[in-house]
Design a protein around this ligand. Structure first.
Ligand code: PSU
Ligand code: MN
Length: 342
């Protein structure tokens, strides 16, 4: 197992710039709080484009060793576009911002073990400070937003967003992804929430929280909030954005306005990999039914595992393709954001 090297964390504050690196001094003033990879440090100093990637998808979404292969593919897809990937997670009690392939291997291999947990806002401090064996964690969208924002990384690419669960008006099961989006002026690229969530209530919640919600598509057409495995959900998107460059401009305007809330960019799954809604709906209904005994933070992973079982793995390939596509879109946004901040 790896031990933390204080030299890995940059301690010299970087000059403030309007956007890139604006919060970097937070990390610089707290040496040892983060372990920032050499690559990410370099990109931060150069104010180059950086894209944050979450890890709950690896620790709680994909089985081994697919999770490790996907982590490497995601990083490669981002690098191919000239952007530095910052995969975020917890490894042996350290908050990692950017990980080497060995570190990614260690984290993904520990999936499913006692020491590896799903990390949202409420879990973070415990995992870096508690006594006992050092813990690992895959950060959810909420956890990744929180860490990215502190580290001065503005764009996050991910697969599926958490939301208001069906029956949430009684169970009060509402993902902390939604409240976190209200707290940090970052952009999140996602292919939608799974249709096992309550889409209209999730949309209402996001509107109340002041989160800008849009979907990539053509402004002259009607565009749905995507349904994750399917491009359609039956619910129209409040806004349509036509390119990653336009998305970056909106994020930049959001930031210049001093907003504290995030922008959400839904990116529908590429057509060739989509599983039609008519096919998915009964599968999802059955998965929800069969996972009803898993509550709290265990519910989402349990439903996801059931869906994989019911689709005989086809959902996994769809998931893999959409998340890779989101990484590419996020990377293009990061490139444009650097241009805008010059
Ligand atoms: N939806 C998916 N795949 C995922 C998740 C959601 O299709 O991997 C993960 C994400 O990390 C998301 C988290 O942030 O689940 C939400 O979990 P919860 O509902 O417990 O907040
Ligand atoms: Mn929940």
């Amino acid at each position: 197992s790896q031990t933390w090297d204080p030299k890995e964390t940059v301690c010299s504050p970087v000059k403030w710039s309007p956007l890139i690196g604006s919060r970097y001094s937070f990390a610089a003033q707290r040496p040892g709080l983060f372990t920032i990879s050499q690559d990410v440090q370099k990109a931060m100093k150069a104010r180059g484009p950086i894209l944050a990637l979450e890890t709950a998808i690896y620790t709680h979404g994909f089985p081994k060793p697919d999770n490790y292969n996907l982590a490497l593919e995601m990083e490669a897809a981002v690098r191919d576009l000239g952007v530095t990937p910052a995969t975020i997670g917890i490894l042996n009690g350290k908050i990692m911002i950017g990980m080497t392939s060995e570190q990614l291997k260690e984290l993904t291999e520990s999936a499913g073990s006692e020491k590896t947990h799903k990390i949202s806002r409420r879990d973070l401090a415990y995992h870096i400070a508690a006594s006992g064996q050092p813990l690992n964690g895959g950060t959810t969208i909420a956890g990744t937003i929180l860490i990215s924002h502190i580290a001065g990384i503005q764009i996050i690419a991910t697969g599926g967003l958490g939301g208001v669960h069906k029956g949430g008006e009684n169970s009060m099961d509402i993902s902390a992804d939604l409240t976190e989006l209200a707290k940090s002026p970052v952009a999140v690229v996602t292919s939608g929430m799974k249709s096992f969530l309550d889409i209209p209530r999730t949309m209402e919640y996001l509107e109340t929280q002041g989160v800008f919600v849009s979907t990539f598509g053509n402004k002259s057409e009607k565009v749905d909030i995507p349904g994750f495995f399917s491009r359609e959900s039956g619910y129209p998107s409040p806004y349509i954005v036509e390119s990653p460059e336009e998305a970056a401009r909106i994020l930049y305007a959001n930031y210049r306005l001093g907003m504290r809330s995030a922008n959400l960019y839904f990116n529908p799954i590429p057509e060739e990999y989509e599983i039609p809604k008519s096919e998915m709906d009964p599968i999802i209904a059955a998965a929800v039914e069969n996972s009803s005994s898993a509550t709290g933070k265990d519910n989402t992973p349990a439903v996801l595992a059931e869906i994989v079982k019911q689709t005989e793995g086809r959902s996994m390939e769809a998931n893999r393709q959409l998340v890779l596509n989101n990484a590419k879109v996020g990377a293009r946004m990061a490139l444009e954001l650097v241009e805008l901040s010059k």
